[in-house]
Structures are given as C-alpha cells and as structure tokens.
Design a binder for this molecule. Structure first.
Ligand SMILES: NC(=O)C1=CN([C@@H]2O[C@H](COP(=O)(O)OP(=O)(O)OC[C@H]3O[C@@H](n4cnc5c(N)ncnc54)[C@H](OP(=O)(O)O)[C@@H]3O)[C@@H](O)[C@H]2O)[C@@H](O)CC1
Ligand SMILES: [K+]
Length: 516
C-alpha cells in the first residue's frame, strides 16, 4: 500500500501558518524557506520531464506566497534550461512581503493568467493559491482553473501543485468553488488534513512532503492533535504475545449473533476478532440460531445467550473483556436493550464496540445511547459508515461555519466523539478515527475493493480483537483501520470480506517487523 512514509502529524492551514511564523521569528528568513520550497518543486518538475532542455513549463502565480514560490521555481527551472513562461493573476508590482521579493527574482515577462494559453506546454506549475485560500474561487480565476483542467484532460500533460492544488481547502479537503486537478503535489514540512480528506485527496495526485528548514520543535508549541493513520502513530501501543503468556492474557471477546437468518455478519466479526489477536472469542447466539452457527465455527466458541438476561449471565465471566455487537443484530428495541446490557455499569472496565444495527437502533433516541455510553465503565468504540453516522448524529446539520469555511469529516467525527463520549471510527475511503479528548487519525489510502459486503463487520471484529489484548482504545481503533486497509491492499483486486480476514496475518507480519 503506498501509504506514506509521511511525517506523522497533520496540520490545519492555521497551524501551518503558525509553523511558518514561528520559524521566521526564530531568525530564518521567509525567502530562505521559499527558496527551499521552490527547489523542491523544481526537483519534482525534473522528475516528471526527464529531459529538461527545451521543455516548456508554464508557472501560474497567485497573489500570495504560494505565487512567491512559483516565481522562484520559475527562476530555478529556467536556470536548468527549461523554457519557462510565467502567468500571474495580479501584476507582480501589486504583491506584498516575501511574495513581492520573490517576484523580483524573476526578470522575465509576466503574462496575464486570465488570458494565457497552454499551447505547446509540457508541464504546468500551479502556484495560484496554497494554505492562504480564504473563500470560494470564482470569476476569471475559476475560469482559468477550468481551462487548465480541460487542457490536462485533453493533452494528458502534467500539473504539479505547489503545497496544495489551488481551490482545495487545506484544512477540510473541500473544493472551494473549483480546484486544480494535479498529478503531483509537493507540500512542505507536514501534510495538511485536506491532503488526505476527500475530495481534496483526489485532486492531489501523488503527494510528497519536502523539508524546507522548518524545525520539528515548532510542533511543541502547535500541539497537533491529528495524525496520519500509519504505524508510527500507534505502533508503540501494540500488544504482542509474550513467550510466557497464555490465551487469557490476550483477552476474551464476545460477539453477539443475530437471529437464524442473519448470522453471517457476526461470524465474520468473531473470526476477525480472533485474527485481530484476541486470545479467545465467543459468539453469543440466540437459541434459535444455534444450529445455524454451530457447524460454521471452529476456533470461535459458541454459547447460547438469549436477550439481555442471557447476555448478562454470559458476562458474569469477568475474563470476557470486550463485547462487540451490531452486525446482523436487527434494528429495534431488542437491540437497544442488548446494547444497554453490554454497556451496563460493572466493576470491570469491559470495552464495547458498536456497529451497524446497534447504532441504527438508536437513530430516534441518540440521547439514550449517549447516556448509556456515559455510564459505561470501559471504553466504547462506534464504527459508523456515512449513513449510520448521519442517522445517529443528525443534530449535526451544518455544512459550513459562520465564516463560510467548510466543516470537514474530521471535525464532524471529532465533534461526534466529544458529544457521545466514545471513540468514533467514521468509515469511508478517508476513514477518520476520533477520540473524545480531540485526538484524531486519518487513513491516507484505502483500496476501493474494501467497499464490499461484510467489510465493516470485519473491521468491528479487528477492533474487538485489539481491545481484548488491552491496547489503548484510540490506538486500537486506528490500528484496526490500518490493518483492515493493509490486509485489503495485500490481497488486491477481487477482494471480498473473508479475504480481509485471511490477509490479517500478513498485516501482523508487517507490524511485527517494524521496531517500536
Ligand atoms: N513565508 C511563508 O509563510 C511561506 C509560505 N510558503 C508558501 O506560501 C503559501 C501560503 O501563502 P499565503 O499565506 O500568502 O497564502 P496563498 O495561498 O498564497 O494565498 C493568499 C492570497 O490569496 C488571496 N485569496 C485567498 N482566497 C482567495 C480567493 N478565493 N479568491 C481570490 N483571492 C484569494 C488572499 O487575498 P485576501 O484574502 O487577503 O484578499 C492572498 O492575497 C503556502 O501555501 C506555501 O506555498 C512557503 O513558501 C514557505 C514559506
Ligand atoms: K497551489
């Protein structure tokens, strides 16, 4: 899987601006940062156009420092014998600060970007807007971007975006009116959240992160709370079996089966919990489904537990330290009662994973779920997909803040986690995991083959398996999302849910080979 290697922290545009500011205040000249940023862009251009002499590059410059990077890149590329043209949204003499200084370093002609043509151009450098994009693009700027994208589509020539494709909001990944479709994006210091959140991620092409002289210690002041969901973020928290350990040391997960005609989903979860590393897994089945479940299980154990009373009796065994429910459970009061039983106060800090029908059952009564979660003694993880998220958190109707900035999936997940008091895994191609304390992770890339029946049930099981081993819950949720994606990536095309389970050992091997 082409995940990373990216630096672990993800920044908002405001945090990135602060990183720039702190660096400049510490004595590094803004122009020095810009020179390094531009050199990284020039290196990316050279990588695209192996033979540089005579190749035509058009640099499109905007009114801020992103444009400043563009002017410096133009100068460097010309010195490397590219044929360089520069076109700008605003005349260079109207620029301010470092952008103005940068523009003076380009002594060639500057065309008007609104009317420039792309005839004979081999590569376009998009230096229109970066992290300073403040509102939707419209008018001649929007028309320019539409012309640019159409040119790329028609000629199959390439576009390199400086920092972020112009029009993509660096914090939310939203498209502000229109956005450049880049083939490659070179960003600086740390990725921004909008590089990984959809739809922004799809506009970036390949993403690389260049070091331009901003020191990591600025992060001590910025205190980022969002991370790329890669092993670097949670590998230390992983529990591996010890030589002197026994199966009970790796926890005992209980997965609750649906009725006789809906048993497959819970069995997928149960097997995934075992492959996720739980020492033991019990499938708790209603009596009516016993005969269906029994012949389909081997390493997973089976016990009858009918309704809340049956579940309570099963959970009297204190070693059962995780309960997962929802897949195939059915929507209605009976499922609400089972969830409340799983969450009921008890001396143990039993963890609970809620998915699918266990979430939808509370769509009309989210306060009831919130109360049960608040009273639960142990960690709770919710794993909604888009529809389940919308049903459960339908109070979140707003799409934009008062200032007009889009609310991202990241912020919605973070708000939901805070609101309900649980870790929330908001599934999708850009799965976000958020904890009530504000920590969050974003998955960088996931196989589109993961959108298949039962895939979510498997994820629920992996979360349960990792929690059973006592892994810190936010780390466990993030790790489960990563393992799920890594297993799918390992399998490749044609994947169905069972294949994810089969490939979990490969994901484990990758993790074991990484030294903490
Ligand atoms: N020294 C440093 O800090 C370093 C910065 N670096 C580089 O700088 C970039 C950030 O620079 P930046 O902050 O100047 O923002 P940038 O993205 O160029 O745009 C701001 C301009 O756009 C305008 N504008 C905004 N939205 C608009 C809209 N919808 N439609 C029209 N106009 C709009 C806005 O105008 P205003 O909102 O003030 O009216 C302002 O004029 C960063 O991505 C990186 O590439 C690196 O070189 C490292 C060192
Ligand atoms: K840009």
């Amino acid at each position: 899987m082409p995940l990373g290697p990216y630096p672990p922290e993800l920044l908002t545009t405001a945090q990135m601006a602060r990183a720039d500011r702190l660096t400049i205040e510490s004595g590094v000249a803004g122009m020095a940062l810009m020179e390094k940023a531009a050199a990284a862009i020039a290196a990316a251009a050279t990588a695209f156009l192996v033979k540089t002499a005579g190749r035509r590059v058009l640099v499109l410059c905007g009114p801020g420092n992103n444009g400043g990077d563009g002017y410096v890149a133009a100068r460097i590329l010309r010195s490397q014998r590219f044929k360089v043209r520069v076109a700008a949204l605003t005349p260079p003499d109207t620029l301010h600060g470092d952008a103005r200084l940068a523009a003076t370093s380009w002594d060639g002609r500057v065309e008007d970007a609104a009317t420039c043509d792309f005839k004979g151009v081999d590569l376009v450098i998009d230096a229109l807007f970066g992290t300073g994009l403040a509102r939707d693009l419209d008018g001649p700027t929007a028309e320019l971007i539409l012309r640019l994208n159409a040119w790329r589509e028609e000629t199959k020539q390439k576009i390199i975006a400086i920092d972020i494709p112009s029009g993509v909001d660096g914090t939310s990944g939203a498209i502000r009116g229109v956005a450049v479709q880049a083939d490659s994006t070179v960003t600086f210091f740390r990725l921004k959240c909008g590089h990984l959140l959809l739809p922004g991620r799809l506009r970036c092409g390949t993403i690389s992160c260049a070091h331009i002289g901003i020191r990591s210690n600025v992060l001590e002041k910025i205190q980022p709370q969002t991370f790329v969901n890669e092993p670097a973020a949670w590998r230390d928290a992983l529990r591996l079996p010890s030589v002197e350990g026994h199966k009970y040391a790796r926890g005992h997960a209980v997965v609750i089966s649906g009725g006789a005609s809906h048993t497959g989903a819970a069995r997928l979860s149960a097997l995934a919990a075992l492959r996720g590393g739980a020492g033991l897994v019990t499938l708790a089945t209603p009596q009516e489904a016993f005969a269906v479940n029994a012949p389909a299980l081997t390493a997973v154990m089976l016990r009858v537990a009918d309704g809340p009373a049956g579940l309570s009796a099963l959970l009297e065994d204190k070693r059962k330290n995780v309960v997962a429910l929802g897949p195939g459970l059915g929507v209605g009061e009976a499922s609400c009662a089972l969830v409340e039983t799983a969450l009921a106060p008890s001396p143990e800090r039993r963890a609970v994973v809620l998915d699918a029908d266990a979430l939808t059952s509370f769509a009309l009564a989210p306060d009831r779920l919130r109360e049960a979660i608040r009273a639960a003694p142990g960690p709770v993880v919710l794993t909604p997909h888009g529809g389940e998220f919308a049903r459960l958190f339908h109070g979140q109707r707003w799409e934009r803040t008062i200032s007009g900035a889009p609310i991202s999936k990241l912020e919605r997940t973070r708000d939901a986690a805070r609101d309900i008091g649980a870790i929330v895994i908001f599934k999708g191609p850009d799965t976000v995991v958020a904890a009530p304390d504000g920590r969050a992770s974003i998955l960088a890339e996931a196989s589109p083959w993961l959108a298949t029946a039962g895939s979510g049930d498997v994820l629920t099981g992996i979360v349960a398996g990792l929690l059973a081993q006592g892994m810190e819950p936010f780390a466990a949720a993030s790790c489960a999302v990563w393992m799920h994606a890594a297993a799918a990536d390992d399998f490749g095309a044609g994947l169905i849910a069972d294949d994810i389970i089969d490939r979990l050992p490969a994901a484990w091997r990758r993790l074991v080979s990484i030294q903490p």
